[in-house]
Ligand binder design. Structure first.
Ligand SMILES: Nc1ncnc2c1ncn2[C@@H]1O[C@H](COP(=O)(O)OP(=O)(O)OP(=O)(O)O)[C@@H](O)[C@H]1O
Length: 719
């Protein structure tokens, strides 16, 4: 309780004048409320019994003037409190929000977004409510109780002692229950935040939910969550009701005692009738205040829990940052060097192992490799989102750890695969990277990002609102807005993490040309799985399972053979028309599929013609676990995720693999009709070459020898 009062006073510290006026008003008001019943004693004993009209008018006038002052002061204190609590809420909201801005990326990954939101939606309002209750009902009632107790002792001490003993009983119950109520309230708020989190996630995941028919599974999961919430809410409500009920019963018992004792004392002549009436009136007013006070107790519990939760958030350490500004090179082209960098998101698993690499000033470096090999993690390290566990990253010769993160990031522009668009207009979203740039510059950046023409077709042009994180635009349009944002910033270091993954081939080729032009006077780091787009890079770094396995330029590495050539071969021989609607595979590439290996060119040519093109948007299911498979898929362009139901939880999915350009899946369907063993969902817009078993069967039936060879290979691969 004390800590809550201490915190409330700390919140009000910046507003001393306002707080003082509030307390003056409050105390004048309550002085009147608590002392007014005393007039009964004077009215009965000095005016009514002696029948003194002058005294009657005098007492009435004093009461009127005191009432006028008391009510005026009360209205003033209401006004001051309204302002005070609003200001405190404003300050706390701003403090929490600015603290969140200073947290590191790791903090956001370990926290649930709904829980962070609940600090604003549950805890701050709960502090606001509690603060109002404590400062009004709480203080008023407590003061009335203290003042009336003193007056009651003055009027009749033995009856006052009786009340005091009862009052102790009134507060013992709530005190004993208080700790349990606080723990239950805390558990309830946790459960509430988990429930809101689930609703939040469910709304965002509606495509997947509908795509995979997960509605019933989601309802079942939510019902289980609601059951836990129900149990804890029920317990909380019972405790809360008990906290209110126990004092009410105690109060009733004291009433009986006072009526009996008071009447007996008056009958025996120990107390005048006026004093008895005044005593009862004051006692009733005191009883009301005690009753009100019992309502203030849950407010203390509520505030204590929320204050503790917010305190924990404020105690989190902010993102580490050095103080040194980034030293500038004369040519303004930054130099990036990794020296023995090892890093893991958790202590158990290193995602990057002993990385040594140098990106000279003004060059374009490309990070390529299998999915999960650590390419994006390298970009995040350059941005200073995480710190290496061993080794160091040097930017312009200075250790990144010592650099002021602000000055470092000022030099960078970044385009991610998934780009967040803020609520506002397209113009706001592009200009966010360089708020003072002119409309002409924004348009220029949009033109280079190939999005200007599209914006022009919108009725509101650059002022078109961006809704729901940009979901009123396609993935490709969002990506181009993000590219315009990065171009407008004109940064010395440009970081592109799968920056063109959502674009069709024409847009991709064109934007890659823009990136080529941009790379002339800056240092560029690009992460991509599409090797054709980085053949011109000055230096290509190839990663596999967190290790740098090869580096050099495209031609050197093709000559050397090795992993890069393997990746290149996988992607070559596949072409997609500029519209992105037609894909083709050449015979040579077809002959490299294990089950078509060594086939005669004429048969390959025939099989090549059997492939169909299928296009999918990002986030769409391609095949479902358990469905009968009769089609083979080859990814001509795009990226998919292969997942399987978790054996432990029906609605949870385990990611088995991420496949991209040149990878294939579902080959067993070419052998026989078997249920699919996993779900496949697109991660980016994807173009597939598909082959139906029935069609292949028809062609191969003409070549029995080839047919049996294909079947044998497929059967072996199935093992
Ligand atoms: N925030 C994170 N927390 C924990 N593990 C992560 C996190 N981000 C990535 N990882 C893991 O680190 C490894 C490297 O991921 P990263 O995204 O850097 O790979 P990548 O080569 O860029 O893959 P992709 O091409 O699929 O984007 C993966 O095993 C991934 O699961």
């Amino acid at each position: 309780m004390l800590i809550v009062i201490k915190n409330i006073f700390a919140y009000m510290r910046p507003y001393k004048l306002l707080a003082s006026l509030f307390f003056v008003g409050l105390f004048l008001d309550l002085a009147f409320v608590s002392l007014a019943p005393l007039t009964f004693k004077f009215m009965v004993d000095l005016a009514i019994v002696p029948k003194d009209m002058n005294m009657f008018y005098l007492i009435l006038s004093v009461l009127g003037i005191a009432g006028f002052i008391g009510f005026g002061a009360g209205i003033m204190s209401d006004y001051m409190l309204a302002k005070l609590t609003s200001l405190v809420q404003k300050d706390m909201r701003a403090l929490l929000f600015s603290r969140l801005q200073r947290m590191n990326i790791g903090f956001f990954q370990k926290s649930r977004s709904s829980e962070l939101v609940s600090y604003f939606s549950v805890d701050l309002p709960s502090i606001d409510r509690s603060m109002s209750v404590i400062l009004t009902v709480g203080i008023q009632s407590l003061s009335v109780v203290i003042i009336t107790t003193v007056v009651l002792f003055y009027l009749q001490w033995s009856m006052a002692v009786c009340i005091l003993v009862g009052a102790i009983a009134i507060f013992t119950g709530p005190y004993l229950l208080g700790r349990r109520a606080q723990a239950t309230d805390s558990a309830y708020k946790e459960q509430l935040s988990l429930m809101t989190g689930e609703v939040h996630e469910n709304i965002k995941a509606q495509r997947v939910v509908k795509g995979f028919n997960l509605q019933q599974a989601m309802i079942d999961k939510f019902t289980t969550r609601l059951q836990s919430l129900f149990v804890i809410q029920y317990k909380k409500n019972v405790l809360s009701a008990s906290l209110e009920r126990i004092p009410m019963i105690s109060l009733l018992l004291i009433n009986f005692a006072i009526i009996g004792l008071g009447s007996y004392l008056a009958l025996q002549g120990y107390i005048t009738v006026g004093a008895l009436v005044a005593f009862f009136t004051m006692y009733t007013s005191m009883g009301n205040s005690v009753f009100n006070l019992t309502f203030a107790i849950p407010a203390f519990t509520d505030a204590a829990v929320s204050m503790e939760r917010i305190g924990r958030l404020l105690d989190e350490s902010p993102e580490a940052s050095g103080e040194a500004p980034l030293p500038q090179r004369e040519d303004k082209r930054p130099d990036i060097r990794f020296e023995g960098v090892t890093f893991g998101y958790s202590e158990e698993q290193a995602v990057l192992k002993q990385i040594e690499l140098h990106i000279p000033p003004g060059t374009t470096a490309a990070f390529v490799g299998s999915s999960g090999s650590g390419k994006s993690t390298l970009v995040q390290l350059i941005l200073g989102f995480y710190e290496p566990d061993a080794g160091q990253i040097l930017i312009n010769g200075s250790c990144l750890r010592d650099l002021d993160r602000r000055s470092l990031r000022e030099q960078m522009g970044i385009v991610f695969q998934d780009n967040f668009l803020f609520r506002g207009t397209i113009l706001d979203n592009i200009r966010i990277s360089q708020p003072d740039s002119s409309l002409e510059n924004v348009i220029e950046a949009a033109k280079r990002a190939e999005i200007h023409d599209f914006i022009q077709t919108l009725p509101e042009g650059y002022h078109t609102p961006v809704l729901d994180e940009g979901n009123n635009f396609s993935g490709g349009q969002r990506q181009r807005i993000a590219i315009a944002r990065a171009i407008l910033r004109n940064p010395p270091i440009l970081l592109l993490d799968e920056a063109t993954s959502a674009l069709d081939p024409i847009a991709e080729a064109s934007i890659n040309r823009t990136f080529g032009e941009l790379s002339r006077d800056r240092t560029v780091v690009t992460v991509t799985h599409r090797l054709a787009s980085i053949t011109g890079a000055d230096r290509i770094f190839v990663f596999d399972q967190g290790k740098l396995v090869d580096s050099g330029n495209h031609h050197q590495m093709l000559m050397n053979g090795g992993y890069y050539k393997e990746l290149w071969d996988k992607q070559s021989g596949l072409s997609v028309s500029s519209s992105g609607q037609e894909a083709e595979i050449d015979e040579e590439r077809l002959s490299r599929l294990p089950f078509f290996r060594g086939m005669e060119p004429s048969v390959l040519k025939e099989i090549k013609g059997l492939f169909n093109t299928e296009t999918f948007a990002a986030g769409q299911p391609v095949i479902y676990e358990g469905d009968q498979g009769e089609k083979f898929y080859l990814i001509a362009r795009g990226r998919v995720e292969v997942t399987r139901r978790s054996p432990d939880a029906e609605q949870e999915r385990i990611r088995l693999a991420v496949l991209d350009d040149g990878d294939h899946f579902g080959e067993i369907a070419l052998l026989e009709n078997v249920p699919r063993t996993a779900d496949v969902t697109t991660l980016t817009p994807s173009v597939f070459l598909t082959l139906q078993r029935k069609v292949l069967d028809y062609v191969l039936s003409k070549y029995p020898e080839i047919d049996s060879r294909v079947r044998q290979t497929l059967a072996e691969r199935r093992k």
